[in-house]
Design a protein around this ligand. Sequence first.
Ligand SMILES: *[C@@H]1O[C@H](CO)[C@@H](O)[C@H](O)[C@H]1NC(C)=O
Length: 117
Amino acid sequence: MASSAVIKIACVAVMVMVVAAPAAEAITCGQVTSSLAPCINYARVGGAIPPSCCNGIRTLNNLAKTTADRQTACKCLQSAASTIKGINFSLVAGLPGKCGVNIPYKISPSTNCASVK
Ligand SMILES: *[C@@H]1O[C@H](CO)[C@@H](O)[C@H](O)[C@H]1NC(C)=O
């Protein structure tokens, strides 16, 4: 293989890393909804909280490090919740506390995500 090809591949690899790095850090709606998927049944009917749901909340809290991330997570939660019928938001609001996780905003349809810090 010609050494110029090696150099080209190295350049592409560096560009991919530079472009991908910020995107890998920002939270996505996919991460939010997949983290909280085990919570959906509890959010509708209550009962026992599955351990996987608490783990999901913890994961989400660890992913959302910045104000921008938390605002994104808040919006994703609201839009996800609005597509699921029968969510009981008083159950949802109590979830972080029951899991022993401190989420610095209330998960509710009336939360103004723009004011989440
Ligand atoms: C939501 O859950 C709470 C606590 O279990 C219950 O008191 C309330 O009636 C539920 N609300 C609805 C609309 O089901």
